[in-house]
Design a protein around this ligand. Structure first.
Ligand SMILES: Cc1cc2nc3c(=O)[nH]c(=O)nc-3n(C[C@H](O)[C@H](O)[C@H](O)COP(=O)(O)OP(=O)(O)OC[C@H]3O[C@@H](n4cnc5c(N)ncnc54)[C@H](O)[C@@H]3O)c2cc1C
Length: 456
């Protein structure tokens, strides 16, 4: 059966599923084609036993965009907030774990960097705006210029490796952190831009224009796959697995979605490609051959997620926090460790502690070539001393993700424009997912809702 629909969505990760679900809610006839045999893409949660969920992709989402709450309502899921300890963040530096500051006051008191660097932070509102023309700038250069080297090298470097598995010297601040770059551009400083931004959001909530959000980390029953399975269920027959899309062809005002034998999988007046840049470019090879190089040039960082379950009584260290990020080149191969059972206690069997170690990233491209045992050893050994672990893990699991996080490197804005120009020239083509317009659950779902609204 090769359906003719209003909108055909390619890719059944969070982005594709949410776009399809929001469109179906609006009464559009949709079909979502997913290559794999299950929904979710990078979202994968497994149930180890009746109480324990292991997250192999995102651990949760930050509740700052109403789109995710709207989606939960649509599919009948109830968001579960993380424990308040998740607001406690830590930094691993030279073998020690430090509390990360939560506000301006604690920033001044943090021992993570010298007093000179902390005082430099206070200068931010008085640092001149970068002269025009504004080109792209690396996160490292932006942070050094605005906040000083101490903040750049400690906090921004750790944040970039924690969120992107990336390199602060390569990531574009305009593409990866557009809000912050915009605050400087439009208001002269980040402080001057952040305050009116927060006031505007508050006003919108008070006037009923915007649904309130908590800024908490959230999940749903059964873990993040509850969202993607819920969407797949909501879509019913409109969601199809095992559909390896090979090509998109535009004929007149209609799109044809073809498999590798040239057979038509679907026909539609609109297409949403919620696939990695290289895949989207490949699908469009006949319509826009020049995109192949543009798409292939986007680096996608590899990650390994290593889970450890440890008996509670065998951990003496403080795990009452989100966990810690690790600075590069300080002897720790892990990017960071999340104390999953402190964040979402309902997802780990009583008496056990769940530790989730993230490794890899652009600084460690060869990690996944190691055997699992070696990855486990690299993840485990540095935990033993700081967390005062005196036993062995009762369960260990490694998930290798060769294509985990797309990088928004310098040049990303031009890449995005190239894709958008092709979409505008061909017509009826929309770009979703996290390849180009924002990484993370919240960004991906906000874009999915915006795309669905634009097609209403
Ligand atoms: C380890 C890890 C931890 C993370 N942690 C967090 C976190 O805690 N919080 C957060 O907000 N974000 C986190 N993220 C980021 C977040 O998971 C992603 O931004 C988001 O899941 C991306 O969704 P997507 O739909 O864009 O892509 P994907 O999930 O990759 O979906 C793309 C889909 O397209 C399909 N596809 C590809 N080619 C074809 C084809 N030719 N035909 C048909 N289908 C095709 C794929 O099979 C896949 O299902 C994390 C990511 C990883 C990897």
């Amino acid at each position: 059966m090769n359906p003719s629909v209003d909108v055909c969505i390619i890719g059944g990760g969070l982005g594709g599923l949410a776009t399809a679900a929001f469109l179906q809610q609006q009464g559009k006839k949709v079909v979502l084609l997913e290559q794999q045999s299950r929904p979710g893409g990078r979202v994968r949660s497994t149930q180890l036993d009746a109480q324990t969920v292991l997250e192999h992709g995102p651990l949760g989402w930050l509740d700052k965009e109403p789109a995710v709450l709207d989606l939960c309502d649509l599919i009948g899921q109830v968001p579960i907030p993380a424990e308040p300890v998740q607001k406690e963040r830590r930094l691993w530096k030279q073998g020690k774990i430090y509390a990360l500051p939560k506000g301006p006051g604690s920033f001044l008191a943090t021992p993570v960097m010298p007093l000179r660097s902390r005082l430099r932070l206070l200068m931010e509102p008085f640092i001149r705006r970068r002269p025009e023309p504004f080109g792209e700038e690396s996160v490292a250069d932006f942070a050094r210029r605005r906040f000083g080297a101490g903040v750049a090298d400690n906090f921004f470097a750790a944040m970039v490796s924690g969120i992107y598995g990336g390199d602060a010297h390569q990531l574009s601040v305009q593409a990866a952190f557009p809000l912050m770059a915009g605050w400087e551009r439009d208001h002269g400083s980040c402080v001057a831009g952040a305050l009116p931004h927060m006031r505007r959001l508050k006003r919108e909530v008070q006037s009923g224009q915007r649904r309130p959000t908590s800024r908490n980390l959230m999940t749903v029953e059964g873990g993040m796959a509850g969202l993607t399975d819920g969407m797949a269920q909501y879509l019913g027959e409109s969601f199809r697995t095992g559909q390896d899309v090979a090509q998109l062809r535009r004929v007149g005002k209609k799109w044809f979605v073809l498999d590798s034998s040239g057979s038509t999988l679907a026909g539609a007046s609109q297409i949403v490609a919620a696939t990695p840049s290289a895949v989207t470019a490949g699908l469009l090879r006949e319509e826009a051959p020049h995109l192949a190089q543009v798409g292939a040039a986007q680096v996608v960082a590899p990650l390994a997620v290593v889970h450890f379950l440890v008996r509670q009584e065998e951990i003496g260290g403080d795990i009452q926090s989100f966990g810690f990020l690790a600075l590069r080149n300080q002897g720790l191969r892990a990017l960071g460790v999340q104390y999953a059972s402190s964040i979402f206690p309902g997802q780990t069997a009583r008496g056990l502690v769940q530790l989730r170690v993230l490794m890899g990233g652009v600084h460690d491209p060869d990690l996944l070539a190691l055997p699992d045992q070696a990855i486990v050893a690299e993840a485990w050994e540095p935990l033993v001393e700081p967390l005062q672990i005196c036993g062995e893990a009762v369960h260990t699991e490694v998930t290798g993700l060769p294509q985990a996080i797309p990088q928004y490197d310098l040049g990303h804005l031009a890449r995005r424009v190239e894709f958008e120009q092709v979409a505008a020239r061909l017509g009826g083509l929309h770009l979703g997912g996290d390849a180009l317009h924002g990484v993370g659950v919240t960004a991906v779902l906000a874009r999915a809702q915006a795309t669905a609204r634009s097609l209403a």
